[in-house]
Design a protein around this ligand. Structure first.
Ligand SMILES: NC(=O)c1ccc[n+]([C@@H]2O[C@H](COP(=O)([O-])OP(=O)(O)OC[C@H]3O[C@@H](n4cnc5c(N)ncnc54)[C@H](OP(=O)(O)O)[C@@H]3O)[C@@H](O)[C@H]2O)c1
Length: 191
């Protein structure tokens, strides 16, 4: 029986934060469609376990690529894209999914450290991964999917860092849709 999403067969799909939660669920769905998936996260063990799950559901038993990275670090973002291209020779879909939230108050002495952690994980990584991926996605007429949150449009008392990162992610995504659309790269937000 043919799969509804046959168009992903053979596509290379890189999902940040795909070792758990929504990212892992998405990776499994892409793997079921016959895609080559890149599994990422900071913990090697969960990356390995999710990659194995993807191999099991892949119609041709495709082995997922495992890349252990911390996307709040620029060097790791570069290694992630470089390893993907070195392994598969192309990129079709970039899903920016990994994110971090922190509850804080404006008087928190650790506020600026927390700000940097949230923004580097949720926003700077997306900007840099997009920059690194554009040349590859242009060749495949690929897609970028940015996983946002209602927190980006609905204020909460102590969730302002996470909410701000998602608001900015929404605007970045909309601007990128305008810039990259003419290159044949679609940019969408899921929330
Ligand atoms: N769950 C919800 O209710 C909800 C609601 C709205 C929006 N969202 C959005 O959906 C996305 C996924 O959320 P989730 O709930 O599925 O998250 P989750 O279960 O906490 O999983 C997060 C994933 O990201 C990885 N990760 C976290 N920080 C990372 C870093 N610095 N570098 C690399 N990998 C990192 C984690 O692996 P390691 O820990 O091993 O690094 C894990 O694979 C996020 O963008 C979130 O904002 C979720």
């Amino acid at each position: 029986m043919s799969n509804t999403y046959d168009e992903f067969n053979g596509k290379v799909v890189l999902i940040t934060g795909s070792s758990a939660g929504i990212g892992a669920a998405a990776a499994l769905e892409f793997a079921k469609c016959g895609a080559h998936v890149v599994i990422t996260g900071r913990k090697a063990q969960t990356v390995k376990e999710t990659a194995e799950e993807c191999r099991k559901v892949s119609p041709k038993g495709l082995k997922a690529l495992e890349v252990v990275v911390d996307i709040s670090k620029l060097d790791d973002c570069k290694r992630l894209v470089d390893t993907t291209i070195k392994t598969f020779g192309k990129l079709d879909v970039l899903v920016n999914n990994a994110a971090y939230g922190d509850i804080t108050k404006i008087a928190d002495p650790q506020l600026i450290d927390k700000y940097e952690m949230v923004m580097n994980t949720n926003l700077r990584s997306v900007i840099y991964l997009t920059q690194l991926s554009v040349e590859h996605l242009e060749k495949t007429k690929g897609n970028i999917i940015n996983v946002s949150a209602i927190a980006g449009i609905r204020p909460s008392a102590m969730g302002f860092l996470y909410g701000m990162s998602k608001s900015a992610l929404d605007m970045f995504s909309k601007c990128m849709a305008l810039e990259l659309g003419p290159k044949g790269i679609r940019v969408n937000i899921v929330k």
